[in-house]
Design a protein around this ligand. Structure first.
Ligand code: MG
Length: 309
């Protein structure tokens, strides 16, 4: 566990998931050119890790049906990691062919959610991950794994932390570049985040850890802070806080990247991302989606007012 006072001056990676996790839950399907412009704006703001799309069946997630086109328009970007989310080997093969330079695989911690979301048991999903990770390493692209529903399941309720740790340790055998724990439905509270990441850190002291939070119940930013203190060095967020939760139809989405960045900036944490450009992008996105985004900074602005980053 990190002393909160020593966080100042540390370096945290922001992983922008708006183009995937955010847009996939929006009712409006943006044109490919608009998605590409969104990603260009995010790169322009200084983001260096962006989850740009997912390679899943277009009938299940029509918002991501243009995955290959998005990648084709973007091309390779030196210094920027364009990540595709995959749920099985078929998705991985598509991501590889499309030119992703990083892939993320999700393994769902709860059995019922795993069957509903990826159509296979957690056990089979772990086997898929081991296969995909080996193929990714062989192809020279960086594989990471996210343990989804690690803090709560919409069908089973509480998720046993022992089970989450066990799944993470088995996934670690494939040599991921990073392991993430995701609060997919936005149920987590900071004490739970501290405990689970603390335990994972104790088991895997050298494994880079990432956290993924949704603001469904307004605990997202508090959870992000708890994760930082627990030693997490990368945080997922979506510009404007776009997205939602399929199990809570009226809920907001991921924690907003610019809201998280405001906290990190004021704490003296380095990210390399420009907050003004992010707020401007969130405003632009409101126009594209024709609705307000849930983020706070887009309404309140930064403090002090004159702040370039
Ligand atoms: Mg999510």
């Amino acid at each position: 566990m990190m002393n909160p006072m020593t966080i100042r001056g540390s370096l945290i990676e922001l992983v922008e998931v708006g183009p995937r996790d955010g847009l996939q839950s929006e009712g409006v399907i943006l044109p490919t050119a608009t998605k590409v412009e969104l990603i260009e704006r995010l790169i322009g703001a200084g983001l260096r890790r962006i989850e740009v799309t997912s390679f899943v069946h277009p009938k299940r997630v029509p918002q991501m049906a243009d995955a290959e086109e998005v990648l084709a328009h973007l091309g390779r970007r030196p210094g920027v990691s364009l990540m595709g989310l995959v749920l099985n080997r078929k998705g991985f093969d598509r991501a590889l062919a499309a030119g992703c330079d990083a892939i993320g695989m999700a393994v769902v911690a709860s059995e019922t959610f795993s069957m509903r979301n990826q159509g296979e048991s957690t056990e089979r999903s772990i086997a898929s991950w081991l296969d995909i990770a080996a193929a990714a390493h062989a192809a020279g692209i960086r594989p990471n794994v996210t343990i989804s529903a690690a803090f709560g399941c919409p069908f089973e309720g509480e998720v046993d932390p022992d089970r989450v740790i066990d799944i993470a340790l088995r996934c670690a055998e494939a040599g991921p570049v990073e392991i993430a724990l995701a609060d997919t439905i936005g149920a987590a509270v900071p004490s739970q985040v501290s405990e689970l990441f603390g335990r994972l850190r104790a088991h895997l002291p050298h494994m880079p850890l990432r956290a993924h939070f949704h603001n469904t119940r307004n605990t997202g930013i508090a959870n992000a802070y708890a994760a930082l203190v627990a030693g997490v060095r990368a945080l997922d967020a979506s510009v404007g806080g776009i997205g939602g939760c399929p199990f809570a139809p009226a809920a907001t989405g991921n924690i907003a990247t610019e809201d998280l960045l405001y906290m990190l900036n004021r704490m003296g944490v380095e990210t390399g991302v420009a907050i003004d450009a992010l707020i401007e992008t969130a405003r632009w996105l409101e126009a594209q989606l024709a609705k307000p985004v849930p983020g706070m900074l887009v309404k309140a602005g930064t403090f002090p007012r004159v702040q370039s980053r």
